[in-house]
Ligand binder design. Structure first.
Ligand code: COA
Length: 326
């Protein structure tokens, strides 16, 4: 059976770091509040003028280097982002040009914080169908210049960064075993960026505050996120022959430490099997899962044959999971 095996991972974080203490000088917040409620201590912030492609490119390059694969071998590039460089063309096309992947098709996937899992499932489907052999999935987010720094309830949560994985079609038991995706558009309004799209372009808005405002019902989202993580993991495992107890590592979307550990506890997953890096990077939306995965790889948390679960939840609402035999 042909499977998509992850043969390389990579990440990129901008050099500039904004700690909770830095934020406390900009707004009425504190290190203690942010750490207790979210688990975040700092986030990285890209330079002025840098878009998502400037972060996605080095992460993708590292994934190719880790796999020892030439850019010319890549068939398809999927960039998962909510902060594309432009409304069009796709950020994936900009990354294709930067990498020199001349023969690769390229497009973006937009599913907010679940974007990477959606992108991975899409790549896996193309590989299983026999259409492509080598697919690059990049999660890249440039959140900081889109945040309204006067809104402490959202400004403290997000960070910039990118992660990437390179998938290759291989015969055998290793690779993506199963994916599952879900969505519920009835709750689109509980986490939404109202401006900047076709319904309400930035120039139509009068107040600066409104221009850069992510609207979020934090408490509603919190409860739904816990449930969605559980659903994503159970549905992904269904029929796979792998149980929660068989999982060796869980790399979730880094939304919030409390959300993740509450979901893990309900699933019966011990905390030591949960990989978290939110403390150092914040919530990097679609970049969060591949960034955390690369970190887990570098820390030697995965060995051949391990059962890895990736899961995410985000605006849309969207959620999903991927079960991978490492
Ligand atoms: N610093 C200090 N105080 C803050 C604050 C901040 N950054 N943001 C909000 N507060 C205040 C509120 O104004 C409120 O004050 P009040 O009691 O005087 O009215 C108080 O803290 C509690 O606010 P509340 O919204 O009830 O906090 P909470 O316990 O729900 O935590 C979140 C807020 C955002 C951390 C939490 O709801 C959450 O994590 N939600 C999910 C968010 C998420 O993961 N989004 C991305 C999904 S992919």
């Amino acid at each position: 059976m042909i499977r998509s095996r992850i043969i390389g991972t990579g990440q990129y974080l901008p050099e500039k770091i904004l700690t909770n203490h830095d934020l406390a000088k900009l707004m009425d917040t504190s290190d203690e509040w942010i750490r207790q409620r979210t688990g975040i201590a700092q986030r990285h912030v890209a330079e002025e003028g840098e878009g998502a492609s400037a972060l996605g490119y080095p992460a993708a390059k590292r994934a190719l280097e880790a796999a020892g694969v030439d850019p010319g071998e890549v068939d398809f590039i999927i960039c998962c982002t909510t902060t594309p460089d432009y409304l069009f063309p796709a950020t994936a096309c900009l990354i294709q040009e930067m990498l020199g992947c001349r023969r690769a098709a390229a497009c973006d996937v937009s599913a907010a914080c679940s974007g990477f899992v959606y992108g991975l499932a899409t790549a896996d489907a193309f590989i299983r169908a026999g259409l492509y052999k080598t697919v690059l999935v990049v999660g890249a987010e440039r959140q900081a210049n889109r945040l309204n720094w006067k809104r402490r309830e959202t400004a403290v949560l997000f960070g910039d960064g990118a992660g990437a994985v390179l998938l290759r079609a291989e015969e055998g038991e290793r690779g993506v075993l199963k994916t599952y995706l879900g969505a519920d558009g009835r709750h689109a309004d509980i986490l939404i960026m109202l401006t900047g799209g076709s319904r309400k372009p930035f120039e139509d808005t009068t107040q600066e505050e409104e221009q850069l405002a992510i609207h979020m019902d934090g408490q509603d989202l919190f409860k739904r996120a816990v449930g969605a993580f559980g659903l994503a993991v159970h549905k992904t495992l269904e029929g796979s022959g792998v149980s929660v107890d068989d999982l060796d590592l869980f790399v979730p979307h880094q939304a919030n430490t409390r959300i993740v550990y509450t979901a893990a506890e309900r699933l019966g997953l011990p905390a030591e099997k949960v990989f978290m890096n939110i403390e150092k990077v914040g919530n990097t939306t679609a970049a969060s899962v591949p960034l955390a995965l690369d970190e887990a790889v570098r820390q030697g948390c995965l060995k051949e044959g391990d059962n890895l679960m990736l899961a995410a939840f985000g605006a849309g609402l969207t959620w999903g999971g991927a079960l991978v035999r490492w």
